[in-house]
Every structure is written in C-alpha cells, then in structure tokens.
Design a protein around this ligand. Structure first.
Ligand SMILES: NC(=O)C1=CN([C@@H]2O[C@H](COP(=O)(O)OP(=O)(O)OC[C@H]3O[C@@H](n4cnc5c(N)ncnc54)[C@H](OP(=O)(O)O)[C@@H]3O)[C@@H](O)[C@H]2O)C=CC1
Ligand SMILES: O=C(O)C1=N[C@H](C(=O)O)C[C@H](O)C1
Length: 246
C-alpha cells in the first residue's frame, strides 16, 4: 500500500484526491492537511505527498518532504523562475514529479502539438487560448504555458522572447514570430485549452476540454505509483510517468 498525504485537503483538488486515494486498491490515506496543520507531523511516515496548493505553500511542504524522505507529486501552478529553481533543489534530496497538468489527455495533446508545430512552423500564426473557473488565481494557466513551451521548442523560438500575453490598443500588425496567449475566466469551467495555428486559407485547432477534475486526481495517483516504484531523488515530469520517450 502506498501511504499518501494530501495537502490543501479542503481545496477543489484536495477533495478529489482524497476520494481517489480512498477508492484506489493500492493506496491508503496517511494524512490530510490544511493550512495551519502541523506539516511535519502529518508527513512523517508517509510514502508520497500530493500537493495542489499555492507555490509558497508547496515549497514549504517540499522542504519537509526533503527532510523526512517523503516523495512528492506537485500539481500546483503559478511558480516564478526562482521558485522553480528552489523546487528543483528539493528534488536533489527526494523524488518529485512536477507537472502543470496531470491529465493523460492533456499530455497526449502536448505530443500532438509538438508534431503539429514542427509541420506548421512557417506561415501559421500561433495563439493559445485557455479558459478556467472564476476562482483560479494564476494566468495564463500552467498548462497553457507548457503548451507554449512545447510549441516554441518545436519551432525553434525562445518563449521568453516571443510570448505576447494579451493585446490592447493600437498594437500594429501581428509579428509572425510571436506566440500569443489569451485568458478567459468565468463560472465553473474546469479547464479548456486550444492552440490555434492560423494560416492563409485554413486554420488548425488542437483542443482539450476537461469535464471532471477526477482526470487530474487519477493522473496524480499514476505519479505516486511511479515514485513509489523505486525512485529516491530527481525531478520528473508526466513524460517520465507515462513513458513517453520524446
Ligand atoms: N497539475 C494539475 O493537473 C492541476 C493543477 N491545479 C493547480 O492546483 C492548485 C490548486 O488548485 P485548486 O484545488 O483548484 O485550488 P483551491 O484554492 O481550491 O485549493 C487550494 C488549497 O490549498 C490551500 N492553501 C493555500 N495556501 C496555503 C498555504 N499557504 N498553506 C497550506 N495550504 C494552503 C487552500 O487552503 P485555503 O482555502 O484555506 O486557503 C486550499 O485548501 C492551483 O495552482 C491549480 O492551478 C489544479 C488542477 C489540476
Ligand atoms: O486551476 C485549475 O483549475 C487548473 N490548473 C492547472 C493549470 O493551471 O494549467 C491545470 C488545469 O487546467 C486546471
């Protein structure tokens, strides 16, 4: 049995994770932790922590995991570059899977995007549109940013230089080397992502629409099984978990 500690237990994902762990034959709920609880006491003795909270909280939880030898699945988004570097340092002391989207479907879409972007590198304008519920606090979504990274790598551009996050006023005509991001927030949208390749005479749209948060919880359990199966240190992504080689 994999002993799982769920952080942010009262959150949207926390609740889904508790249900998923309780329903899994090979996992047991070791602890459920909320803001204000004793993190070290809760994590002591756990095999894997699953964390969908906020970047500052995740880093504090990872510090405890590294000290206690607890492996970690991190789904939290909204990390800045310095925070990502801090997370990577903890992965030198314990095994961590870090992915902005744990859904198998989204990770298949990332592969499709790599293929599409290589074929459509010239003559097609690339725009990424994401929509989420009104309670989401970070933008663009971690998934949209990862899609941008995959596409930028595929077409040989530096995302930091070519990303355009929203447009307003007299913008001038579109620079073909840019990758645009647009964010929609409203209601209870669980998570929609579309990458648009707009050419002359045609446009190609690659989309994923989530209809239930259980996809993220089930993906997280796959990550927990991957870590529990012998990983001790290192930073992993869904490519490693799902066995995608390229
Ligand atoms: N990788 C993936 O597949 C997915 C990633 N996400 C990401 O997961 C994160 C959480 O999403 P969601 O569940 O919707 O958010 P919620 O706001 O519903 O839940 C976040 C939880 O974290 C807790 N929390 C916040 N700050 C702290 C803190 N400083 N210490 C301890 N706990 C804290 C919150 O407690 P309180 O309410 O008391 O503040 C809450 O219980 C987001 O970054 C989101 O983008 C979401 C879905 C899928
Ligand atoms: O906050 C959410 O809800 C989600 N966040 C993740 C992200 O930022 O990409 C994953 C998913 O889209 C749901």
């Amino acid at each position: 049995m994999i002993k799982v500690a769920v952080m942010g237990a009262s959150g949207r994902m926390g609740k889904m994770l508790i249900e998923a762990v309780q329903a899994a034959d090979d996992c047991t709920l070791h602890a459920t932790l909320d803001k204000g609880d004793d993190v070290r006491a809760g994590l002591a003795g756990a095999d894997v922590m699953i964390d969908f909270t906020r970047p500052e909280a995740t880093l504090a939880h990872l510090a405890a995991c590294a000290d206690l030898g607890v492996k970690a699945v991190v789904g939290t988004t909204g990390f800045d570059e310095a925070q990502k570097a801090e997370l990577a340092k903890f992965a030198e002391r314990t095994a961590v899977v870090f992915a902005p989207n744990m859904s198998v479907g989204v990770n298949v879409v990332l592969k499709l995007l790599d293929m599409a972007a290589r074929a459509l590198a010239e003559g097609y304008d690339i725009e990424i549109v994401e929509a989420h519920h009104r309670m989401k606090v970070d933008a663009p979504s971690g998934t949209a940013l990862q899609m941008g990274q995959v596409v930028a790598d595929a077409v040989g551009r530096d995302l930091k230089e070519c990303a355009v996050y929203g447009r307003e006023g007299v913008t001038g005509t579109r620079d073909p080397s840019t990758i645009g991001f647009a964010t929609v927030r409203g209601g209870d949208i669980i998570g929609d992502h579309t990458v648009l390749f707009a050419g002359i005479g045609e446009r190609i749209e690659v989309s994923h629409k989530a209809t239930n948060r259980s996809i993220y919880a089930q993906g997280s359990l796959r990550c927990a099984r991957f870590l529990a199966g012998g990983k001790t240190t290192g930073l992993f992504g869904m490519n490693d978990v799902l066995g995608f080689t390229r």
